[in-house]
Design a protein around this ligand. Structure first.
Ligand SMILES: Nc1ncnc2c1ncn2[C@@H]1O[C@H](COP(=O)(O)OP(=O)(O)OP(=O)(O)O)[C@@H](O)[C@H]1O
Ligand SMILES: [Mg+2]
Length: 376
């Protein structure tokens, strides 16, 4: 699993350097809220130190908690400093998550005889076909996917294709604009930009449990849903569904003629469980969940057809995965095993907190995965 992040780290640590330490902080800046988690290493185990989330809506003009925002780095830096102060996080060994939407992840099949030193010329040329913006607008990183049978040291996948040995190279293209935005924000928050990671890779660390088959991770955020299929720690498919949990709040607000914040509370309290007061709410949520599930199924089917492999498990994560009754409803749409992410199960925590951590876990899976990166 870690092998994949090594590739990504190569890209970012070459710019920033990423020292390992006994205490680490993961920072996930979502469109609706910032999530932070601090963990420490004790006796070889990762232990939860502190964590917290801060709604960004209150820093925007609307002031609505739960609302999707698009704040400038200055305001984001202020919000970040506030949440770090509130959670008493003092360690500067921070890792910042980058939204998967600002990156394009794809796999190139290249002739195996290409020398590693030539990849810097070959890959940008090949990558152009996959990137809808000028190649000069992105930073590229790549990672040669190791052969399964070996420990990753050889670092080449050899597949017979028309008699020619090929290697698979995972390529990540990140918009330079995004890198600049996030490094500026960290500087303004007086934090060292010592490590960055794309959120999909943090998920791999925090929600997978060494499954030996392909797994679909469905991250239902406020603005969008991120769909990734991962096998042996390698992201084989990544798709974006243009629908998130805020769409459900907006549907409730519109249909019941309620202000956004009231609708947001009703969504969180009721979820898919009907109440005498608001019997229509489950159906309003289901319309949007059904769209997300349809897109998830289409992604799974396309993957299974292309790779001739079955997706054995679907893990729901992101704040939207906390919707009450989600698993029961999802069972009607999927044949695979279904689970809600439980990232805090990866770290030790006080017994009295464990029930809360299990419930709130999906919201923190990126932040926890980021922190784990720094101490593993
Ligand atoms: N108990 C709950 N039931 C239903 N929805 C919930 C619950 N708790 C949080 N949410 C929703 O989850 C969303 C926030 O999730 P998350 O923190 O993963 O989003 P984000 O990271 O800010 O967004 P994105 O990843 O799209 O940028 C909000 O729309 C919020 O209403
Ligand atoms: Mg998110």
């Amino acid at each position: 699993m870690d092998s994949i992040t090594l590739g990504i780290k190569k890209f970012f640590s070459s710019i920033f350097g990423a020292p390992k330490s006994n205490i680490a902080v993961g920072i996930d800046i979502g469109t609706s809220s910032i999530k932070v988690v601090q963990i420490k290493k004790e006796g070889g185990r990762a232990v939860l130190d502190t964590y917290g989330a801060l709604a960004l809506g209150q820093y925007s003009e609307s002031g609505m908690v739960g609302q999707v925002t698009n704040l400038d780095p200055e305001t984001l830096a202020k919000a970040l400093s506030d949440v770090l102060a509130e959670t008493h996080i003092t360690s500067k060994n921070v890792v910042l998550g980058l939204p998967s939407v600002s990156c394009i992840i794809f796999i190139l099949q290249l002739p195996a005889e290409i020398e590693e030193r030539d990849l810097a010329t070959v890959i940008p040329n090949e990558a152009k076909k996959f990137i809808p913006v000028p190649i000069t607008d992105v930073s590229l990183d790549w990672y040669i996917i190791p052969r399964r049978e070996d420990s990753g040291t050889e670092g080449r996948v050899l597949a017979e294709s028309g008699g020619e040995a090929r290697m698979s190279v995972l390529v990540v293209a990140t918009l330079n604009e995004t890198l600049i935005k996030y490094t500026t924000l960290m500087q303004k928050a007086d934090l060292p930009t010592n490590a960055l990671e794309i959120e999909v890779f943090s998920h791999i660390r925090s929600v997978l449990t060494r499954e030996l088959f392909p797994v679909m991770i469905v991250d239902i955020g406020a603005s969008k849903t991120k769909l990734s299929i991962v096998e042996h720690g390698v992201v084989e498919t990544f798709r974006l569904a243009n629908k998130g949990s805020q769409d459900m709040t907006l549907a409730i607000a519109h249909s019941l003629e309620l202000p956004f914040d009231k609708a947001e509370n009703i969504k969180k309290e009721n979820g898919l469980v009907p109440t005498p007061e608001h019997p229509q709410v489950p159906d309003l949520i289901k319309v949007h969940l059904a769209d997300i599930f349809q897109e998830t199924n289409a992604t799974i089917l396309a993957y299974e057809k292309r790779y001739n492999k079955n997706v054995g498990k679907i893990i729901f994560t992101g704040g939207g995965a906390m919707t009450k009754g989600l698993l029961e409803y999802a069972k009607q749409s999927f044949g695979a095993d279904l689970v809600i992410a439980d990232p805090f199960a990866k770290v030790d925590s006080p017994v009295f907190l464990q029930a809360v951590l299990k419930t709130t876990g999906p919201e923190f899976s990126v932040a926890l995965g980021l922190a784990l990166k720094q101490i593993q």
